[in-house]
Design a protein around this ligand. Structure first.
Ligand SMILES: [Fe+2]
Length: 265
């Protein structure tokens, strides 16, 4: 397995990997890479729905979804993102978001497998939420550290979320599903959200993933956000998405280095 960091400054491509063959050692390498880079791009895979669910288990227990039009019968773990309604969900976030941000405990990890992909359209953009926070002016960081945002469904999160494993701060905002900032007027909320939206999209900060059939992309949703670009039903595309439950996630847990003090039993 060969890991190459993406030029954008977050994320990495992994080559020489067949996810169907991932043993315990490989699984830990994948978890460590995801924790460090926030986004993994693994091309050239060939996964049945069962293979995808098994590969998702590397990162934790999958969420399950109600049966809906276009969903795969017998695989409630797989949420299909598609260009045609008969194939899956066409109304996906064309704004910066992390999947499952509307949950009380946000969805920590998303895993997409490209089953059918046309040549044109439907790229996915990614941006680094931790870097977005790190690049704010100190006075803005101080202000943002005190703020919380409400989703349209009433769920409230701090605007600055600490990663549950690393503690690193991230600027966490769903641009499409957030109703506003607590304690701010509608206009002030709108202005803040527009500013964060522009900040996420700042020059050279985003990675554009152009999908090929067989691509797997795995995102740490507390480290990166993503955004869909348009695709028309005249072209056919199906992405099978699995997501990891917040209460079932497995973060990388590196073994203590040789000579390092071991925790008391
Ligand atoms: Fe999404």
């Amino acid at each position: 397995m060969q890991l190459t960091p993406l030029a954008v400054g977050f994320g990495a491509t992994i080559e020489g990997m067949d996810l169907r063959q991932a043993d315990a050692g490989t699984a830990e390498l994948l978890r460590a890479a995801l924790l460090e880079y926030g986004l993994l791009v693994i091309r050239g895979q060939s996964l049945t729905p069962r293979d995808q669910v098994l590969a998702t288990n590397v990162f934790g227990k999958p969420e399950v979804f109600p049966t809906m039009r276009g969903q795969l019968s017998g695989w409630p773990e797989i949420f299909r993102v598609a260009s045609r309604a008969e194939d899956g969900h066409v109304d996906v976030g064309r704004y910066w978001h992390s999947d499952g941000s509307f949950r009380e405990d946000p969805t920590p990890i998303s895993f997409w497998y490209s089953e059918v992909q046309s040549e044109e359209g439907g790229d996915t953009l990614f941006t680094d939420l931790q870097q977005a926070y790190a690049e704010l002016q100190p006075d803005i960081q101080e202000e943002f550290d005190t703020l919380s945002t409400a989703h349209r469904n009433g769920v409230v999160h701090p605007l600055v979320l600490r990663h549950p494993k690393t503690g690193t701060r991230a600027l966490y905002l769903n641009i499409g599903l957030t109703a506003g900032v607590l304690g701010y007027s509608a206009d002030h909320s709108k202005a803040l959200m527009a500013a964060v939206d522009r900040h996420y999209s700042r020059p050279d900060a985003t990675y554009v993933h152009h999908w090929l059939p067989g691509d797997v992309v795995v995102a740490d949703n507390l480290h990166v956000a993503h955004k869909a670009t348009p695709i028309t039903p005249s072209t056919r595309r199906i992405l099978n998405r699995t997501t990891v439950r917040a209460d079932g996630v497995i973060w990388s847990n590196p073994a203590p280095e040789a000579g390092a003090p071991r925790p008391a039993p």
